[in-house]
Design a protein around this ligand. Structure first.
Ligand code: AMP
Length: 140
């Protein structure tokens, strides 16, 4: 399967559609998931193009996972989470719906159920507020 340069995350990387950004460096971008399964649900994507983990250049993984750890720590602090769930899907049969490699960061706490994976679009004002909390935690 080929990489489609018109996938939604490629458009976000090119600045063609907006996102609620929490972190960016030379290699990665992190932003709020618009259909969050939990408050604080964040996505981290490499800037290098690949459909998913299976076709990615292995050089992608070090900066990606360094950023995942950095953002996960900030999400944990911002949402006072007891734990962090990391998810990553490869191809439709495994649940992938956007075909640019991405890692989900989900804050978890005992007794708080996750919302469905294909849930409803969150209020943009709320996403903007959550992104602000994470950016503040990144700066701490
Ligand atoms: P998956 O490919 O199944 O790992 O999930 C893709 C994720 O991207 C889903 O959780 C969607 O809610 C999320 N998503 C889709 N479009 C956007 C967008 N424009 N901005 C932020 N997140 C998005």
């Amino acid at each position: 399967m080929n990489y489609d340069t018109n996938n939604i995350f490629a458009k976000i990387l090119r600045g063609e559609i907006p996102c609620h950004k929490v972190y960016e460096d030379d290699a990665v971008l992190a932003f709020m998931d618009v259909m969050p399964q939990a408050d604080g649900h964040t996505l981290v994507i490499p800037k290098a193009p690949s459909r998913n983990l299976l076709d990615a250049d292995p050089a992608t993984f070090e900066p990606l996972m360094v950023a995942v750890q950095k953002v996960a720590l900030a999400v944990r602090r911002a949402f006072k989470a007891e734990g962090i769930l990391i998810k990553q899907f490869n191809e439709p049969a495994a649940g992938q719906t956007v075909f640019h490699l991405h890692v989900h960061i989900l804050p978890r706490s005992e007794g708080l159920e996750l919302r469905p994976h294909t849930g409803k679009m969150a209020d943009h004002a709320v996403l903007a507020q959550h992104a602000g909390l994470i950016r503040t935690a990144l700066g701490d």
